[in-house]
Design a protein around this ligand. Structure first.
Ligand SMILES: *Cc1c(COP(=O)(O)O)cnc(C)c1O
Length: 470
């Protein structure tokens, strides 16, 4: 399997999976996409039936990793990655009512769905670097979920050091403790005396410092990395087969921010999973729902909501869909994205919009409806769901009932957003036993001023391999 960039002038795929894994973003600023989608035939379906999650993951990701990871190597790394989950099924399905199911994606080490991809992808990156005799320093800014998932996934990996900056005093106690109690020599949580935007600006400044970038081999693990998308395709297949695919159709409702999770569902459908409907749930940051309803994609300011991991206006993975909608034309995609950046508005394209509407439905769910949904689900079933999952459930319930079962992706454990859950139900959800000790563990954190130079000095002093081997 080879890859091309969404901005490539011609249709020649020149990048390997390993290039894509290690680079994240293409040099032209575009996103990597596979040259074609692997389709499952009857024999392939039969081979997947009944596999444990880790083996299913090795098979599905193997279709994209191809020549760069041998099946046995991928199987071993996948086995290790999903052994960190607290549930034997990794991503179990729970029935909510006659039609709705919840796919629980929060049994990983940091209680949110990002563990599903990052636990595997960090191991793939580590292995690829080891083969090349290289080492990277991953840096990022986080407002909560991504930082803890990335620190947990990269901890103790020999070829990786990882630093995540978060706004001091501005994230929840559990999110902070998840980052600051990781006791590993290569994983660092850094509190910045400033806002999340300040943290992002510092990360940008560090990447712009060419000497630092070279000395530490700076790298990122953001959600546009195609390896993360590939790893997310797996749970769509796991849920589909548990509910009777390929013989029976099903639908999914996905709480959406950066469009990474639901885009993986779109690819699962392209590979032959019989998905009837893909429903996008957004919170009040509803740029995607508005686009699907009106054809206008217009940038707005980010509003804080009860589902903070979806407080995003520019869905970075959307460029991959746009490239498809534009007939896989790199120049047309690049022009549209450049115009969006310049004017805050995507140039209208009626044909592309019609096609998008045939692929996805979208609904906006505000905080009041999110709270009502958490309360209603609790009253109906006794189950506690987190605000992100509630956006998915509310979006699913806006859709007309069909015959196919509807699977809502439950992206976070209710205890991770316990205050909102308590507001809606009067019940404070309990942390899983393995995390209950979080409150007693010692925290290790450095508080630094909102100053890129101070952070650069901190990186040089603390990264294990300050200068790349010559
Ligand atoms: C990151 C995240 C999302 C959004 O996922 P995207 O891939 O950005 O659409 C939803 N819920 C939770 C809990 C998350 O952490």
């Amino acid at each position: 399997m080879r890859y091309l960039s969404t901005r490539d002038p011609g249709p020649t795929p020149t990048h390997s999976f390993e290039d894509v894994l290690l680079a994240g973003l293409a040099d032209d600023g575009g996103l990597f996409v596979p040259e074609r989608m692997p389709m499952l035939d009857a024999a392939a379906w039969a081979g997947l039936a009944g596999l444990p999650y880790a083996e299913l993951a090795a098979h599905v990701v193997g279709l994209f990793a191809g020549e760069d990871f041998a099946p046995a190597e991928l199987g071993a790394l996948s086995g290790e990655a999903y052994a960190t989950f607290r549930h034997r099924a990794v991503a179990p399905l729970v029935q909510l009512d006659e039609r709705l199911w919840l796919l629980q994606l929060f049994h990983g080490p940091t209680l949110a769905f990002k563990d599903l991809a990052l636990q595997l992808v960090a191991r793939l990156i580590d292995r690829a670097l080891a083969r090349r005799g290289e080492h990277v320093t991953i840096i990022g800014a986080t407002s909560g979920d991504t930082g803890s998932a990335a620190l947990e996934a990269c901890r103790d990996r020999d070829a990786i050091d990882v630093f995540f900056l978060y706004p001091h005093g501005r994230i929840s106690e559990i999110q902070r403790r998840q980052m600051t109690t990781i006791d590993a020599a290569n994983a660092h949580a850094v509190a910045i005396e400033g806002t999340f935007d300040n943290c992002q600006d510092i990360v940008k400044a560090l990447f712009a410092d060419t000497r630092l970038r070279r000395d530490l081999s700076l790298s990122a693990v953001n959600s546009i990395n195609f390896a993360r998308v590939a790893a997310q395709i797996v749970y769509y297949f796991a849920a589909g087969m548990a509910l009777g695919a390929p013989g029976r159709r099903l639908s999914f409702a996905v709480p959406t921010g950066n469009f990474g999770n639901v885009y993986a569902g779109h690819l699962a459908r392209a590979m032959g999973l019989p998905i009837e409907r893909l429903v996008i749930g957004t919170n009040e940051n509803d740029i995607l729902a508005r686009y699907l309803q009106t054809g206008n994609m217009t940038h707005d300011t980010v509003r804080p909501t009860l589902s903070p991991s979806m407080d995003i206006q520019v869905a970075s993975n959307f460029e991959r869909l746009l490239w498809e909608l534009k007939g896989r034309s790199g120049p047309a995609t690049g022009d549209a994205i450049a115009a969006f950046r310049r004017t805050g508005k995507l140039p209208p394209d009626d044909q592309a919009w019609r096609r998008a509407r045939s692929l996805f439905a979208g609904h906006r769910v505000d905080d009041a409806e999110t709270l009502r949904t958490i309360g209603k689900v609790h009253a109906e079933s006794g189950m506690l769901i987190d605000p992100h999952t509630a956006v998915g459930v509310a979006a699913a319930r806006r859709e007309p009932a069909g015959e196919a079962p509807m699977v809502v992706l439950a992206t976070a454990h209710p205890a991770k957003f316990g205050d909102a859950v308590e507001r809606a139900t009067g019940v404070q959800p309990a942390l899983p036993p393995t995390l209950a000790a979080l409150a007693e563990r010692a925290e290790q954190v450095s508080v630094l001023p909102n100053d890129a130079a101070a952070v650069a000095r901190y990186l040089r002093a603390n990264a294990r391999r300050a200068v790349r081997a010559a």
